[in-house]
Design a protein around this ligand. Structure first.
Ligand SMILES: [Fe+2]
Length: 252
């Protein structure tokens, strides 16, 4: 099975720039690159589809993904507006389902976004998997024997940079739960805008870069690392999982 893992598109209403970056144009560049790739079974977007939570940004992404005609699944990120994304927006093509079964692999999409108590109209940057969601996932992983992929916006393993203070708060509990299920093979996240692959208790944890703007562990906080925007291409077989970082094509 072949997966495209995209994350942190950061689209805005009417294509407004984000931190002086044209995230809409870069997203379209990534789509053109995916159009050239063969035999992609599914596209996964691990949150921050929108930068401003606008309905316009979700409809734009849905319409562009429909052009690829490859099954596409989203989970929410901290920049997404959860009520707009899950209640007002009615996707024509993309899926906001909690799980899917594709090519013999079971995919679970987990919400790790929490509301900010001080600012009710926005989300916290740091993630958390609510206890009821963790317990429900624990039960599903026990009952469904297929090899499984977990998708959530916030990384559950440190990447070794300034971003680590903003990842999943309850990550050790979450990883401990996943580690008890031999069918869990891969965990996909975004949020840090950096490509990474690490292993913990026989599970691969990978973060995709952002298509809009990339960071680096070696640069100061929020300093954009130009040229590292991209997405991941993943090949899965019964024997192994190969994860490749695909950089966005640069304009000449
Ligand atoms: Fe993001």
């Amino acid at each position: 099975m072949k997966i495209i893992h995209m994350s942190d598109l950061h689209l805005s209403a009417d294509g407004a720039l984000v931190w002086e970056e044209d995230c809409r144009r870069k997203f379209l560049t990534a789509i053109e690159q995916i159009k050239m790739m063969r035999d992609i079974d599914v596209i996964i977007v691990s949150g921050d589809i929108s930068n401003d939570g606008s309905l316009d940004s979700y409809y734009f992404a849905d319409r562009i993904f429909a052009e690829l005609n490859i099954p596409t699944y989203w989970c929410a990120g901290n920049h997404d507006n959860l009520s707009v994304m899950f209640t007002i927006f009615k996707p024509k093509f993309c899926h906001l389902s909690n799980q899917a079964l594709i090519g013999g692999w079971r995919l679970y999409f987990v919400n790790s976004v929490a509301k900010d108590n001080d600012e009710p109209n926005s989300n916290r940057s740091k993630g958390i998997v609510a206890m009821n969601i963790r317990k429900e996932l624990d039960g599903l992983l026990s009952n469904n024997p297929e090899p499984s992929i977990i998708v959530l916006h916030h990384p559950s393993l440190e990447i070794g940079g300034w971003q680590d203070c903003k990842i999943l708060k309850d990550r050790e509990t979450f990883r401990e739960m996943l580690g008890r299920h031999k069918n869990v093979k891969l965990v996909l996240s975004g949020h840090v805008h950096i490509f990474s692959v690490k292993k913990d208790k026989n599970i691969l944890y990978s973060t995709a870069s952002s298509t809009g703007f990339a960071f680096s562990t070696g640069l100061p906080k929020y300093k954009i690392n130009q040229g590292l925007e991209g997405f991941s291409r993943i090949s899965l077989s019964k024997k192994d999982i190969i994860i490749e970082n695909v950089l966005l094509a640069q304009e000449k």
